[in-house]
Design a protein around this ligand. Sequence first.
Ligand SMILES: [Zn+2]
Length: 79
Amino acid sequence: MGDAMKIRAKYAEFVGYEFFEGELFGGWRCPDKDCGMHVLEEYSFCPHCGRKLKFKEPEKYDMISISVSDKVKGMMTYQ
Ligand SMILES: [Zn+2]
């Protein structure tokens, strides 16, 4: 039963966007509790622990951009 759990694909954990050499990449982490290593969207499985991975559109991105623009608006109001 434990083995069946391990081969089932799990959604990678989105940890935010990162700039690398001038390009914007989604930052993802292996969802396995014992692993948690950085993975890339192209990966179909984790190269560190072998866990199958799924990726979904990160929903947090909109929330981040909204909170940032609100902060900027707030700063402009105070000036
Ligand atoms: Zn892993």
